[in-house]
Design a binder for this molecule. Structure first.
Ligand code: DGY
Length: 332
């Protein structure tokens, strides 16, 4: 695989499921980071030095300093995620390095978790569980832990890409009205298929009972949901974020939840990750937070590993990655 016939050197930034790790270890001289926590920055830069390929996670920043540390032999960056906001893609493209991701396989699993959060936040499931465990359940109460109906409600989807569409499809089973906003409007066929009506973001925020975020993180979407956006939402509304933490201004969200200008939030992602244990959000009963687990099913994480390995190995062979995020790297 290497020009001199030796096995290519790769750094794998965490132990991924065997479905992906086995083929990598078989074909490469692989340095696998075994800790549960990501490699500290200095260690990361040290370990990638002289590598032909790297398999990174969303916790590993791939920027000019990383690429410099890896050196001129680096031929591929394979990111074990569909999102790649941790990677400076133009910097990789500028050096002719293809970057791979894992689209498609985690769509349905992520949509499942968005729904779990939507329903749990709307119906106060985590709060109810805490209530029972604290020994506070004394009787059936006519006004105990009242929440919002999901069936028949209006769902606002921000970003109607693959995951947004999968969320919309599930809404049909609950007889919901589906509104969406996306940077570019979807084809009429897609709107028909998912029964989704395009409206401007401000209107979506004002009309939705549940707002769910499915945009990627970039300069345009950072703090897309800020104090002004939150102020447009109904006091009974629930916000769900399975996209990226910085899409929401977290301090503004804590204020909105504390002042009850919105009813609840269900978050899979925070800013930063992990969320600080003294973050105001964690003091609030109406905020449900889980640790970035939207794609965390056995099957999906296995498929992501296979895809990440396929990208890595293709790049090492000098072939086009099955899923490049910078296909422009292949143009002359
Ligand atoms: C992704 O893939 O971008 C998710 O956030 C983690 O699976």
């Amino acid at each position: 695989m290497s020009a001199d016939g030796t096995r290519p050197r790769v750094f794998v930034a965490r132990r991924i499921p065997d479905a992906g790790l086995d083929p990598i270890v078989e074909a490469c001289s692989a340095d696998v980071w075994e800790d549960e926590l990501p490699p500290p920055r200095e260690e990361l830069l040290r370990r990638v030095a002289g590598c032909d390929g790297v398999l990174t996670l969303l916790t590993d920043r791939v920027d000019d300093a990383f690429l410099d540390a890896a050196g001129p032999g680096l031929r591929v960056v394979s990111n074990y995620a569909v999102g790649y906001d941790n990677v400076d893609v133009p910097a990789c493209t500028g050096r002719g390095i293809p970057v791979g991701n894992t689209p498609g396989v985690l769509t349905e699993t992520t949509a499942d978790l968005a729904w779990a959060l939507l329903m749990a936040a709307g119906r106060r499931v985590a709060e109810g569980d805490r209530y029972v465990r604290a020994g506070r359940w004394r009787t059936w109460g006519p006004q105990l832990l009242l929440g919002s109906d999901v069936h028949g409600a209006t769902l606002g989807i921000v970003g109607l890409g693959r995951i947004g569409q999968a969320v919309a499809r599930r809404a049909a089973g609950f007889g919901m009205t589906v509104l969406y906003w996306s940077r570019s409007r979807a084809e009429p066929g897609i709107e028909r298929e998912f029964g989704a009506t395009f409206i401007e973001l401000d209107e979506l925020l004002a009309r939705s009972d549940f707002v769910t975020l499915h945009v990627s993180l970039n300069d345009e979407t950072r703090h897309l949901i800020d104090a002004a956006a939150l102020a447009r939402m109904k006091p009974s509304a629930v916000l769900v974020n399975t996209a990226r933490g910085p899409v929401v201004d977290q301090a503004a969200l804590a204020e909105a939840l504390r002042d009850r200008t919105i009813a609840a939030a269900g978050l899979d992602v925070t800013d930063p990750e992990p969320i600080a244990s003294d973050d105001p959000l964690l003091q609030l009963e109406n905020c449900l937070v889980v640790p970035h687990i939207a794609s965390a099913s056995y099957a999906t994480r296995g498929k992501m590993a296979e895809m990440a390995a396929a990208n890595l190995l293709a790049g090492l062979r000098g072939e086009r990655l099955p899923n490049p995020v910078n296909p422009e790297v292949y143009r002359d």
